[in-house]
Design a protein around this ligand. Structure first.
Ligand SMILES: *Cc1c(COP(=O)(O)O)cnc(C)c1O
Length: 368
């Protein structure tokens, strides 16, 4: 028998299943890359903002040097935009990095981490990587059951992950529900409020989570530049929390975890209000375009507050995989969610109007 390396909890980790890259689908199904539509990873269909492209061009001249380990210029922009001190900010190589840093900083092997059924796959991965015990709380109408999550907190709990809006289901928790939850969480538990899709929320649903950070020393809010800001490939996100949390995250992160191109692009993107507004408008129109067809086809879907929709494509547990394969053959990449325990469903990112139309045409033919 060959040697087994590492602790059991590391060997037990199931690899993250990402959206298939366009090049891989082209090879596998003998398709032209240009004809393939990718609606699988909740990326911004507009691509990156032109402002970020220009900033990266300028930053390229300095790539021989290490990035600013403290991200001074970027933190200054975040500090002004979100009205927090720079000492409250942690930069991450994607907000995924922030989620993992939280697990590393606060969870010892055997301690408990609470998150919802059908919530972001990285919560389970980050928990397992540090030997934490995942406490998965049954979803309520595909979203978080905050009452049950609060009730599940014990003396062994160290972390709670909440995604708002949630991925892969797109559900949303109103501000009042989160406020009521935070008021119940004991001080020894850190709450990570993952707001990756915050910028897609309609103005009347927006709330000021930074105000809660001021109120609760055990709250960490995470944000990303990967979704509405259009910089998924650069890997950049950030966390906002009081120094008691932020100091620890900054001690254990890699000193140069965010590269200089990403820092420069993020500064531009955070200031690009026009791009953000255009992204939100496109997303709302695309949501209607998709859901009108789902309604017409009689397909159940979960009303979404993000840039994607979870849709039920059949009654049997093979439906998601079967329709996904048929879509791939048509050159349409979406995300099967069987690994989330949703084998009858597919998660479709909202694309450009023409991309959505390509998906709809293919779906109609497949289901006919
Ligand atoms: C996409 C996503 C993230 C983060 O992605 P990064 O690219 O690592 O910033 C975080 N949380 C949720 C719920 C997401 O869907």
């Amino acid at each position: 028998m060959s040697t087994q390396f590492g602790p059991d909890y590391v060997r037990a980790i199931a690899p993250y299943q990402s959206g298939k890259p366009i090049s891989e689908v082209a090879r596998e199904f003998g398709l032209e890359e240009a004809s393939i539509v990718k609606l699988a990873s909740n990326e911004n269909p507009l691509g990156m903002p032109e402002s970020a492209r220009l900033a990266m061009h300028a930053a390229m001249a300095d790539l021989g040097r290490y990035p600013d380990a403290n991200g001074f210029a970027l933190k200054a922009v975040i500090s002004a935009k979100y009205n927090v001190a720079q000492e409250w900010i942690t930069l991450g190589n994607g907000s995924n990095d922030i989620l993992e840093l939280a697990a590393h900083a606060f969870v010892e092997p055997g301690q408990e981490v609470i998150f919802a059924q059908y919530s972001f796959a990285v919560y389970a991965l980050a928990t397992q990587a540090v030997g934490g015990k995942a406490v998965v709380i049954a979803a309520k109408e595909y979203g978080h059951d905050l009452t049950a999550m609060a009730a599940a907190i014990t003396a062994h709990t160290r972390l709670v992950f909440i995604a708002n809006p949630n991925n892969p289901t797109g559900t949303f928790l109103p501000a009042a529900d989160i406020a009521a939850f935070l008021a119940q969480v004991p001080e020894h538990v850190v709450v990570v409020l993952d707001e990756a899709y915050n910028e897609y929320l309609a103005p009347e649903l927006q709330y000021d989570s930074i105000e809660w950070v001021r109120q609760y020393p055990n709250l960490l809010v995470s944000r990303t530049l990967s979704k509405a800001f259009g910089l998924a490939g650069l890997r950049i996100g950030f966390g906002i929390a009081q120094p008691s949390i932020t100091d620890l995250l900054n001690r254990i992160r890699q000193p140069f975890n965010v590269n200089s191109m990403a820092q420069a692009a993020a500064i531009a993107a955070l200031n690009d209000h026009e791009f953000l507004a255009r992204s939100a408008t496109l997303n709302s129109a695309g949501y209607l375009q998709l859901t009108e067809v789902f309604d017409a086809l009689g397909l159940e879907y979960v009303p979404s507050f993000g840039n994607f929709v979870l849709v039920r494509v059949g009654d049997d547990d093979g439906a998601g995989a079967r329709v996904n394969l048929a879509l791939l053959k048509c050159g349409v990449i979406v995300r099967p969610v069987g690994n989330y325990g949703l084998p009858q469903w597919l998660r479709v990112s909202i694309g450009l109007q023409a991309e959505n139309a390509t998906f709809i045409d293919a779906l109609k033919r497949i289901l006919a």
